[in-house]
Design a protein around this ligand. Structure first.
Ligand SMILES: NC(=O)c1ccc[n+]([C@@H]2O[C@H](COP(=O)([O-])OP(=O)(O)OC[C@H]3O[C@@H](n4cnc5c(N)ncnc54)[C@H](OP(=O)(O)O)[C@@H]3O)[C@@H](O)[C@H]2O)c1
Length: 225
């Protein structure tokens, strides 16, 4: 049975991803900091707080020996939404880096053996179009810079894992109507999840992700770095 671990699986895009893979019969590890919350039916709860390095390290022993085809780093924060530079608290900026950049890479590091043991060998990371240097707009200093840093860190990690045939890919989910995206989002969660899954589900050692072409928008098109 193909297996996936999804972070931030208790609400928003992560919950919808977990439900979607469960519907298709996958074994789903639903990672969240509050596993008592209602998760996708049939998913296995994993406690994970991205702000706690010990919680991330514990993944290695909790999941030891289990092949995981896809680790999907979905959880993230947008702490400076609608804030001007003057309004951004430096602690929020640092926290954005901790949650959006450092934690996903540490999670990938903690679970690399699980992915190596699997057939598909995929590490997916949810970034944002707002991270692109090529198409950047104004504002959102903390969010944008933390996701741009994630993009670079994932490119480094991908190079480290090349010999192991692990594919790393970065995905923009679209501007989605979630708690984070707000009601003004362009698309609903189902459209985002279906689009991203079309990209992620085709990746395998036989068809690796090519990062040199940019990162993926939810519709499969490429976003320039
Ligand atoms: N929605 C959009 O328009 C949009 C656009 C571009 C990119 N994205 C990216 O897509 C991803 C999912 O976004 P979303 O719209 O689904 O956001 P959301 O509804 O706000 O959900 C965020 C998820 O991240 C989890 N999370 C935050 N901090 C955490 C921590 N310290 N430890 C563990 N989990 C933590 C949350 O868990 P709690 O419930 O415990 O807080 C929640 O499950 C994020 O990476 C986001 O940056 C979203």
């Amino acid at each position: 049975m193909p297996t996936i671990l999804i972070t931030g699986a208790n609400r928003g895009i992560g919950l919808a991803l977990a439900r979607s893979y469960r519907r298709d019969g996958w074994r789903v590890f639903a990672a969240s900091r509050s596993p008592d919350e209602s998760l996708a039916e049939g998913a296995e709860a994993v406690t994970l707080d991205l702000s706690n390095p010990a919680s991330i390290k514990a993944l290695t022993s909790t999941l030891a020996g289990i092949p995981i085809d896809i680790v999907w780093n979905n959880a993230g924060v947008y702490l400076d939404k609608s804030q001007t530079l003057e309004q951004v608290d430096n602690r929020d900026w640092l926290r954005s880096f901790e949650i959006n950049c450092i934690a996903p890479i540490r999670i990938a590091e903690a679970l690399v053996e699980n992915v190596r043991l699997s057939e598909r060998k995929v590490m997916a990371f949810t970034t944002s179009k707002m991270a692109s240097l090529a198409v950047n707009g104004a504002g959102a200093y903390a969010y944008r810079s933390s996701k741009t840093a994630l993009n670079m860190a994932v490119r480094c990690f991908a190079k480290d894992q090349e010999a192991m045939e692990i594919s790393c890919l970065l995905l923009h989910p679209g501007h989605v109507r979630t708690d984070m995206g707000g009601p003004e989002g362009d698309i609903d969660i189902a459209t985002s999840v279906a689009g991203m899954r079309k990209v992620v589900d085709q990746i395998s050692p036989a068809y690796p992700a090519d990062m040199n072409k940019g990162y993926f928008d939810y519709d499969g098109s490429r976003i320039a770095w």
